[in-house]
Design a binder for this molecule. Structure first.
Ligand SMILES: [Zn+2]
Length: 112
């Protein structure tokens, strides 16, 4: 979600390019070895971080879901039947103040 894997890859590429510039192609094998160790450490660290992050996020999501169900129980499409007017064309229920049928677009006669 926060682009950590992408960022990490980008960092590795940046380090590689910087190493190429600083050490030159001749010393790249040494740099590669050093880099390999660094990446292993980095991955170990980021794995722990990702786990912690994922744990925290799923906890937050569960919490949010709980709050959502309390705040708005079930997103209902159906309007209470007392407030409905029914489309003359398709018969689907619409709110009283609807100007057009929300299903087929049939215009309702304006009540006055
Ligand atoms: Zn309709």
């Amino acid at each position: 979600m926060f682009g950590i894997p992408g960022l990490q890859l980008w960092h590795i590429v940046a380090i590689l390019v910087a190493a190429l510039i600083i050490f030159g192609p001749k010393r790249l094998p040494d740099v590669g070895r050093w880099l390999g160790r660094s990446i292993t450490d980095l991955q170990k660290g980021s794995q722990e971080m990702t786990n912690a992050l994922r744990e925290g996020m799923s906890e937050a999501r569960a919490e949010q879901q709980k709050n959502n169900t309390i705040a708005n129980p079930a997103p209902t499409q159906s309007v209470p039947s007392g407030d409905n007017k029914f489309c003359t064309k398709c018969g689907s229920p619409n709110p009283q103040d609807a100007l057009f049928c929300n299903k087929c677009g049939n215009p309702f006669p304006t009540q006055s």
